[in-house]
Design a protein around this ligand. Structure first.
Ligand SMILES: NC(=O)c1ccc[n+]([C@@H]2O[C@H](COP(=O)([O-])OP(=O)(O)OC[C@H]3O[C@@H](n4cnc5c(N)ncnc54)[C@H](OP(=O)(O)O)[C@@H]3O)[C@@H](O)[C@H]2O)c1
Length: 289
């Protein structure tokens, strides 16, 4: 479909949300309607219909979520309410208003046990291994159940970084700076994914909406690496005197359990001409920025 003039974005102060607002503002003929927590709160999600009525968007992109995966593991019911219940409310409100909805979801809907080196395709069996993944999958299902016939795009992505808050690249530099000189930085080597720049993802989401009537899609920067490989690329650019040391996922204690193989097959979007550049190029631009 062609993009409508007014596009609302939830989570508009977040990494992806702020990139979407910028991408929408940067195009001719589209105006972003940013919804931060002040405009619409996941904890008061029934307000969605009133907000849509007041702002009259032609499309809503839902980038807000409770993204604290360890918090979700500690409070799974709250995770369900925020990441699934609120998504369902939003879908029902979009259906009632006759507008399309983009729901941003995650590679963590898959268990990550795959060992054949291929990325997960959209129709592969889902089996989240943590509360965050379960709540995001329930959000996909709630949106599907309550959406109208005006377009529903479910976009799964992974390892998103970008401003405004410190993300993995900034945390790696900060962690390296805290170590004594010469000591290598321990980084997880057995968790794989595709580092994805928020600005690249925002542009790809808009292109996908333009080129398809809806559906489930995977979008990440191209290629894949481990956390260790990602950290090494960051340090090579920003702290070349520093080195990394491999550790296992289970050496790094946390409340949630991330999938070991979180790589997504992005072929369905590519077949529509929506292709994202290699993660190394996007990261290099981010680090130059
Ligand atoms: N980051 C990743 O690696 C990753 C990977 C796969 C999928 N995703 C998905 O991508 C989307 C965007 O994530 P992101 O990386 O941009 O994360 P983010 O920077 O943490 O942004 C999430 C946004 O949600 C908002 N939010 C949190 N609780 C809220 C509440 N109760 N009411 C209203 N808004 C609330 C936050 O608002 P405040 O700014 O006020 O806190 C923030 O703006 C999410 O759906 C996420 O699940 C992310």
């Amino acid at each position: 479909m062609s993009l409508p003039g007014r596009i609302a974005v939830t989570g508009a102060a977040g990494r992806l949300g702020s990139a979407l607002v910028a991408a929408i503002a940067g195009r001719d003929g589209t105006t972003p309607i940013p919804w931060t927590r002040a405009e619409w709160d996941l904890d008061r999600s029934a307000d969605a219909a009133g907000r849509i009525g007041a702002d009259r968007p032609g499309l809503l992109i839902h980038a807000a979520a409770w993204t604290d995966v360890d918090g979700c593991a500690r409070e799974p019911e709250l995770a369900m309410a925020r990441n699934a219940g609120a998504t369902g409310e939003l879908a029902a409100a979009c259906a009632a208003a006759g507008i399309g909805l983009v729901v941003v979801s995650t590679n963590e809907v898959f268990d990550g046990e795959r060992t054949d080196g291929r990325g997960y395709a959209e129709d592969d069996p889902v089996a989240p291994r943590n509360a965050y993944g379960a709540s995001k999958l329930a959000g996909e299902r709630a949106a599907t159940a309550r959406a109208g016939g005006h377009g529903l795009w479910i976009v799964r992505t992974a390892w998103v970084y970008g401003p405004p808050a410190a993300a993995f690249p900034e945390k790696i530099v900060a962690a390296a700076d805290r170590l004594p000189a010469g000591e290598p930085l321990p980084v997880v080597a057995d968790e794989h994914g595709s580092p994805t720049r928020a600005g690249d993802l925002a542009a790809a989401i808009l292109a996908l909406v333009e080129r398809s009537p809806g559906g489930t899609f995977h979008l990440t920067n191209a290629g894949a690496t481990s956390r260790l490989g990602w950290a090494a690329a960051v340090l090579a650019a920003r702290r070349p005197e520093r080195s990394v040391r491999p550790i296992g996922r289970h050496d790094f204690r946390r409340a949630s359990d991330p999938p070991a193989w979180g790589v997504l097959d992005t072929g369905r979007a590519a077949a529509l001409g929506v292709r994202m550049r290699p993660w190394e190029e996007a990261l290099a631009e981010h680090l130059r920025g």
